[in-house]
Design a protein around this ligand. Structure first.
Ligand code: HDD
Length: 696
């Protein structure tokens, strides 16, 4: 599909017979279908004279161009959408009547849009940010939108604070920057004044917000929803997406450089994976629980700043999500897709989570603004794949219009009728109470799960959380904001507080902020909360950067490529010139990247196949030296020929620095050793040797 050069854009055209063509080449037309004679010059009087208003082709072309943009999303503006399917693997008929979950093997078409939150549409992919994970299921009983994130909790407990947290995170209003980052005063000012955000702060300061790619991250529905079965019984449910490839993130110094080297790193990764026939896959898991569990749980199940640890309610895997199709047109699908949390289907319902209730208003309202009218469900990406039968009519851009005489009901003509048995029924939960604006007491604990999250991390992940806090708060100009933020940390972990205080150069750790409710100190650590405890099971889906020079060993290169591909991974060849390098056997090996455009930050592991002469040339080149020194600093596995070592020395990587992450490549078997080392992930012990923050 992506190779197609051009397709008739008017599905109503009636096909080939109307095609105006010259030979095999279709003739350019106006939007009205009128053939165009000249698309290079406007209509003018004389050779150099004034332009004429009569030039309808010019005016129509510019008019259309002027209106190409629709408002970008106020949050999640930068996103990337793809298509795929969801397959039920375990029937949920015992707890929900939702059609898509009735039988194993049932497949449902989906559209998924991943996104960052704070940056504008043109920002970079590797901002430190939450990732949106929004899934539209086109079920046989209507569209269900599960509009989630890659983090299972949220910043705030009440939707009335959403504009505030978003304003604070996005660019500051007077200057219009900083873009796509929370490392500025306004964000931390708001956060430090909002203790309810502290659990989320631990997640966003962890490596979860700098994922390796969309393919290596989890997704969460966040709220507690309801399943409702055929008898009308309700079960609470939380939704989880688990990536088949496991979890993986990059490191911060790497993220910063990826944004320069390839601002489209995440979207390119997903596009490439799908186009090369390696569609990413996730498992859908559900946590199911009842009122009795809800009553006994330490926290309120309606509070979106809390998780339910998997140890307390295990995850039942019920399906798989496969994303196997790129879009035909970015604007038509990724830009126009309209997710609404209110889009649910029979068998799925809401709870009183205040954030969810607020979202149910906000999304529809947003779509009206963005898409310009009530008919956005007529746009193919938003259109249900089942019949739509109602008497709603007219409005801007109405494109799928009903026929016939009747447009109301009840009527005596016929047409669709409501169905109390098949139709959507809201769960009749019993509600009573005084009308008030309060934050319930059951939402008052802000630190216990932040502490639990921190305690669940490996030491290197804990270090990354402290590093991220120090980095972000160091960008705050006001010391009182830094101090106020650090004052929350003793309620989470005393050592974390002391490390961050020292990292900021504070004279002493500020006294702990007074908690609204004393934190629970002994919630047990939960392994699923750590990335490194859930590493990818193999090297599948990862990418190796192979830097070659003239004279590199052709056989060794072939062995290396075979080993990488054998592990289900991919590679790119990098060389001093994109035209390639002349290998030892005389063949010309083309390169994918010139060294200046293929820094090592773009790869999971690297190999340097340099001849002695080639290494001498690389030793004078800054991008080539950065290739090695960055791979080293980012704790990557590095394969190398013996001839490459003098070049490594020049790049600042001396023989005594070479740890278990260095693999000498001389003979065929070494390629297998290299890939086996890569499969173990990063060499984290190295970070303690190369980072000043680790030494303070
Ligand atoms: Fe939201 C977009 C996820 C809270 C209001 N949100 C949006 C998208 C995602 C989320 C993934 C992008 C969808 C797409 O790709 O088009 N939002 C969340 C999650 C939340 C959350 C997981 C907390 C659990 N959001 C939230 C609240 C409000 C909104 C509390 C308002 C009260 N969100 C919006 C919005 C957006 C949106 C303004 C902007 C663009 C859009 O809806 O289509 O309506």
């Amino acid at each position: 599909m992506t190779d197609e050069v051009y397709r008739d854009r008017n599905p109503g055209a009636g096909g080939e017979t109307h095609q105006i063509a010259e030979g095999d080449t279709p003739v350019l037309t106006t939007q009205q279908g009128v053939p165009v004679a000249d698309d290079q010059n406007t209509l003018r009087v004389g050779d150099r004279g004034p332009a004429l208003l009569e030039d309808f082709h010019f005016r129509e072309k510019i008019f259309h161009f002027d209106h190409e943009r629709i408002p970008e999303r106020v949050v999640h503006a930068r996103g990337f959408g793809v298509r795929g399917y969801f397959e039920t693997t375990d029937s949920l008929a015992d707890v929900t009547r939702a059609d898509l979950f009735q039988k194993a093997g049932e497949k449902t078409e989906v559209f998924v849009r991943f996104s960052t939150v704070a940056g504008n549409k043109g920002s970079f992919d590797l901002a430190r940010d939450v990732r949106g994970f929004a899934v539209k299921f086109y079920t046989k009983e209507g569209n269900w939108d599960l509009v989630g994130n890659n983090i299972p909790v949220f910043f705030i407990q009440d939707p009335i604070k959403f504009p505030d947290v978003v304003h604070a995170a996005k660019q500051e209003p007077d200057r219009g920057f900083p873009q796509a980052q929370t490392a500025h005063d306004n964000f931390w000012d708001f956060i430090s004044l909002s203790p309810e955000s502290m659990h989320m702060v631990m997640w966003i300061m962890s490596d979860r917000t700098i994922p390796r790619s969309f393919r290596f991250m989890e997704g969460f529905g966040v709220h507690t929803f309801r399943f409702v079965d055929a008898e009308g019984r309700s079960t609470f449910v939380k939704f989880h997406w688990k990536p088949k490839l496991g979890l993986q993130s990059v490191v911060w110094n790497e993220a910063v450089k990826i944004n320069g080297a390839d601002p489209d790193f995440h979207r390119r990764d997903l596009w490439d994976a799908i186009e090369m026939g390696a569609p990413p896959e996730w498992e859908l898991g559900v946590q199911l629980f009842d009122e009795a569990f809800a009553d006994s749980f330490e926290f309120d199940i309606l509070d979106s700043t809390k998780i339910i640890p998997e140890e307390q309610v295990p995850i039942r895997v019920v399906g798989r999500l496969v994303l196997d199709q790129t879009v035909d047109n970015f604007f038509a699908e990724t830009e126009q897709v309209a997710f609404c949390t209110q889009n649910v289907v029979p068998g799925i319902g809401f709870t009183n989570d205040p954030l969810l209730q607020g979202r149910n208003f906000s999304y529809l309202d947003t779509q009206l603004k963005r898409l310009g009218g009530p008919n956005f469900t007529h746009i193919p990406v938003n259109a249900p794949r089942c019949p739509v039968m109602n008497f709603q009519q007219d409005g801007h851009m109405a494109t799928t219009n009903p026929r016939g005489r009747v447009n109301y009901e009840p009527n005596s003509w016929g047409g669709p009728r409501e169905s109390p048995t098949r139709g959507y029924r809201h769960f009749p939960s019993h509600e009573a109470g005084d009308k008030r604006q309060i934050r319930p007491e059951s939402f008052a604990d802000h630190y216990s799960q932040a502490r639990q999250f921190y305690a669940s991390q490996t030491p290197i992940e804990q270090k990354h959380i402290a590093d991220a806090l120090v980095f972000e708060l160091s960008k705050c100009e006001r010391e009182d904001i830094r101090m106020r933020m650090v004052s929350h940390l003793p309620n989470i972990d005393a050592e974390l507080a002391a490390t961050v205080a020292a990292g900021l150069g504070l004279a002493k750790t500020p006294a702990a902020a007074k908690p609204a409710k004393p934190p629970i100190a002994d919630l047990p650590p939960s392994d699923p909360l750590s990335i490194l405890k859930n590493l990818p099971p193999s090297f599948e889906g990862r990418k190796v950067g192979i830097l070659i020079t003239d004279g590199a060993d052709g056989d060794l290169l072939a062995e290396l490529i075979a080993a990488v591909e054998g592990a289900g991974a991919t590679y790119e060849i990098i060389a001093p010139k994109v035209g390639g390098a002349r290998l030892s056997d005389g063949t010309l090996q083309p390169a994918k990247q010139k060294i200046d455009g293929g820094p090592s930050v773009l790869y999971d592991a690297v190999a340097v196949l340099a001849s002695a002469d080639g290494a001498a040339l690389l030793a004078v080149d800054k991008p080539a030296k950065d290739f090695v020194s960055d791979a080293f600093a980012h704790c990557k596995v590095i394969g190398h020929t013996a001839e490459a070592l003098p070049f490594f020395e020049k790049a600042g990587v001396a023989a005594e620095d070479m740890d278990a992450g260095f693999v000498a490549l001389a003979k065929a078997a070494d390629a297998t050793t290299f890939v086996a080392a890569c499969a173990k992930g990063r060499v984290w012990a190295r970070e303690l040797e190369v980072d000043l923050d680790a030494m303070s």
